[in-house]
Ligand binder design. Structure first.
Ligand code: 5GP
Ligand code: ZN
Length: 114
């Protein structure tokens, strides 16, 4: 765990979050500043700073994050209307929290990526 990492603290229960899923390796919780009616963050509990830092032997973690996004979208009732699952990597892509996370966004029409 990185000492001052907000998402490590959420994973350890040291900072509260509105949890929607918790497994041995992953946690999902509501984004504090949602950009859409459904905006969930899915994180590995292990501290990995960015997608660039994910070792190939841990690639299954990202598969598990995708499946979690799919399942949460279904529970949230947006599987059919549509959703987006995104990982921002580094500042140029908008990454602000340097603990790997996937955004699950939906519940309104989403414009083209840019
Ligand atoms: P990034 O820009 O790094 O891809 O996304 C970070 C996300 O984390 C942002 O959407 C931001 O609103 C969210 N966030 C930042 N701090 C907290 C927090 O303490 N709790 C929760 N639930 N979300 C947070
Ligand atoms: Zn962390």
């Amino acid at each position: 765990m990185a000492e001052e990492c907000i998402f490590c603290k959420i994973a350890k229960g040291e900072i509260p979050a509105e949890k929607v899923m918790d497994t041995g390796e992953l946690m999902a919780f509501k984004d504090i500043n949602p950009v859409a009616p459904t905006h969930i963050l899915i994180i590995p509990k292990e501290h990995i700073s960015t997608l660039n830092d994910l070792p190939p032997e841990k690639s299954a973690l990202v598969g598990a994050m995708m499946i979690a996004a799919r399942d949460i979208a279904k529970k949230a009732g947006i599987a059919e209307s549509g959703y987006r699952a995104i990982i921002n990597c580094n500042r140029g892509a908008g990454q602000e929290i340097f603990h790997l996370h996937m955004h699950l966004i939906g519940g309104r029409p989403l414009s083209a990526m840019g």
